[in-house]
Design a binder for this molecule. Structure first.
Ligand code: GLU
Length: 437
């Protein structure tokens, strides 16, 4: 059996970190099983759906490397929904309703006031049709069949259909609500696993009866606990934290994938430069039931750790033009964002303003003399500092710091052993000279 998952965003806004997490888990699961990951645009709501969001979410998924094996748009599939709808109607599983939203709300309040669950009450089939009203449509739950499934994250799930309202599936204007088209598509596309947020658990209960009513087996479900901000709830910021913003902040796609793959699971979050270990490791049995806490600071730290391991070839086209592999290897341990490479590259190869304390001027003088004599072709930093140690008796910070200051204009920075060959003999001598006063 080919594993088929889908990510089914509604194009009514930009992808945020929570949607991306769901997309990632579906993608990982499909990849792990050599299956297919489908992108389904849930754009039945023609009024709220926007083309710019369809384009935007595809660009975001591509940037993240979450490539899809097939794509469909619900707005192109209305004929199929119509056909299934008619079949369900013929089977008595879809029926017309005439209540106004106000009437429904009033009824709900009455039931709640009596301490009863606010479940929709079906009318008798022969109840008079209120004049001048166009019906909307509900799916009729089978009250005699208990709803059960084994959720890959939540375990055994059970719902009494009598305690659920028959879901509205179609509006009076003929437009579709989410519920039925989604189930129709999951069948038609052969979806085997549905991974989505736990806010869909009740929808799943009713959709399980839809699958059954349409003569299809339900897919497997994994309902994941929702994502919360570090402060404990889904903040406005987190709900709107888009990929463009993270990209502009210098966050690498692999940092996002590394964090979101494991957040809220019992597996450790690890910085990885390639999705392979995330694919191999995904296991819904390790997903927790408690909300997963997303922390932007953790993302920033992961980003740095990932850059520290990233190969030159993977980033070469985004580095300063003249920067070579040795430059990248020297500089990468000192960056948090890729853009930081530029300023360190200037420290290595551009103009620096260096100064060295008055009490170190004699030492500087000695360093200039030594720097002229050492072998620059092989580990000049070692050569320079060893010779200076012998000659001046200095060691530790007094040995190294004035040299770093004169050679880079900074007190801290990349490992001098890697940096000095990039600075090179001529530039190094010029900088040592310039630091004299
Ligand atoms: N369009 C739905 C949503 O964004 C899809 C839910 C599902 O995965 O079935 O919530």
């Amino acid at each position: 059996m080919t594993i088929i998952t889908r990510f089914a965003p509604s194009p009514t806004g930009n992808l945020h970190i929570g949607n991306v997490r769901t997309a990632l888990h579906n993608w990982l699961w499909a990849k792990k099983h050599g299956g297919q990951f489908l992108l389904r645009i849930d754009d039945t709501d023609l009024e709220r759906s926007r083309e710019e969001y369809v384009d935007g979410l595809q660009a975001d998924l591509r940037w993240l490397g979450l490539h899809w094996d097939g794509m469909a748009r619900q707005s192109a599939r209305f004929a199929l929904y119509e056909a299934r709808f008619e079949e369900l109607k013929a089977k008595g599983r879809v029926y017309a309703c005439y209540e106004t939203p106000e009437e429904l709300e009033l009824r709900r309040k009455v039931l709640l006031g009596r301490g009863l669950p606010p479940v929709y009450e079906r009318k008798d089939a022969d109840a008079p049709v209120p004049e001048g009203r166009t019906p909307h449509w509900r799916f009729k739950l089978d009250h005699d069949t208990p709803i059960r499934w084994t959720d890959m994250i939540r375990g055994e799930q059970q719902f009494d259909p009598k305690l659920l309202s028959d879901p509205v599936i179609r509006r009076a204007d003929g437009s579709w609500l989410y519920m039925l088209p989604s189930a129709i598509d999951d069948i038609d596309m052969g979806v085997t696993h549905v991974v989505r947020g736990e806010d869909h658990v009740t929808n799943t209960a009713t959709q399980i009866q839809m699958f059954d009513a349409m003569g299809a087996a339900a897919p497997q479900f994994a309902h994941e606990a929702l994502l919360t901000g570090s402060e404990g709830k889904l903040s406005k910021r987190l709900g709107s934290l888009g990929m463009a913003e993270l990209r502009d902040q210098g966050i690498e796609p692999m940092a996002i994938l590394s964090l979101l793959a494991r957040l809220g699971t019992s597996q450790p979050v690890e910085p990885v430069t390639d999705p392979a270990p995330l694919i191999a490791g995904i296991d819904f049995g390790h997903f927790g039931r408690a909300p997963a806490r997303f922390d932007e600071a953790e993302l920033t730290q992961l980003n740095a750790k990932i850059l520290h391991q990233t190969d030159f070839a993977a980033v070469a086209d985004r580095l300063p033009p003249a920067m070579d592999e040795a430059g990248w290897i020297a500089i990468r341990p000192n960056i948090e964002k890729l853009a930081d490479a530029e300023s360190w590259w200037l420290v290595a190869t551009g103009d620096v303003v260096a100064s060295v304390a008055a009490e170190d001027q004699d030492y500087l003088q000695t360093a200039i003399a030594v720097a002229q004599k050492i072998d620059w072709s092989d580990d000049p930093w070692h050569g320079l500092t060893n010779a200076l140690k012998d000659e001046t008796g200095r060691k530790g910070k007094p040995l190294f710091l004035p040299l770093r200051q004169a050679l880079t204009g900074q007190d801290h920075g990349p490992d001098m052993k890697a940096l000095l060959p990039i600075i090179g003999k001529d530039r190094a001598l010029a900088r040592l000279e310039a630091a004299r006063r």
